[in-house]
Design a protein around this ligand. Structure first.
Ligand SMILES: Cc1cc2nc3c(=O)[nH]c(=O)nc-3n(C[C@H](O)[C@H](O)[C@H](O)COP(=O)(O)O)c2cc1C
Length: 196
């Protein structure tokens, strides 16, 4: 079984609609560890050893978070800054994460059209995620396409439920190794692997 670790970052979970729903679906998938970073570190004092041990025990890391100002909420940046240490995660002796996979599971207010050359955000979502992609590369990890929920402000309940089911299917397929490397070729969002 492949071990999946979700690094979850939402600073106001009590007000959340989309991420709260994804969380509920993700927690039900066997083989997934759900690590709520704001629950553990509301003041951003990250327990580096605990986090490194968690990473070491898992094969796939998911950064699950709302998209805030074209990036993630701050706890995830703090987590990166402190946990991904030189000669542990990267550098000449930093092989702790080698070969693990990582991707972002994000929700965005903006629609898919907005994240295009002609849209008001001007660039595809993948370009905003490049710092995650390159960080993974430096840490000798494989960066996968993101799982994405767009248009969060107008999303209908039935559509949100469908995204929840899709996310659970994806996580279950990862845990049970049902996604071949070939299946990812040409895929922009992981959602595409589980059409509804
Ligand atoms: C501080 C803040 C910044 C945001 N920045 C963006 C953004 O850059 N791009 C975008 O598409 N949506 C943005 N949004 C919308 C959120 O991504 C959206 O409300 C969230 O994903 C919904 O998930 P939730 O119901 O779990 O909170 C922002 C929202 C907030 C509160």
């Amino acid at each position: 079984m492949t071990k999946v670790l979700i690094q979850f970052a939402h600073p106001r979970l009590s007000k959340s609609n989309v991420q709260k729903t994804l969380e509920q679906y993700a927690r039900k998938v066997k083989g997934v560890t759900f690590n709520d970073l704001y629950e553990h570190y509301p003041d951003l004092f990250i327990d580096v050893k605990r986090e490194q041990q968690l990473l070491a025990k898992h094969d796939i890391v998911v950064f699950q978070h709302p998209f805030y100002w074209y990036s993630s909420p701050p706890v995830l940046k703090q987590w990166q800054d402190l946990v991904l240490e030189y000669n542990w995660a990267y550098g000449p002796k930093g092989y702790a994460l080698q070969g693990k996979k990582v991707f972002n599971a994000v929700s965005c207010g903006g629609g898919r059209d907005a994240y295009s050359e002609t849209g008001y955000n001007r660039f595809p979502l993948g370009q905003y995620l490049l710092p995650f992609d390159q960080t993974a590369h430096l840490c000798r990890m494989e960066y996968l396409p993101p799982f994405v929920v767009h248009e969060t402000y107008t999303i209908e309940d039935y559509a949100l439920k469908t995204f929840g089911e899709q996310y659970a299917e994806l996580l279950d397929a990862l845990v049970n190794d049902r996604i071949s490397a070939g299946a990812l070729s040409g895929v922009e969002y992981l959602n595409e692997l589980f059409p509804h």
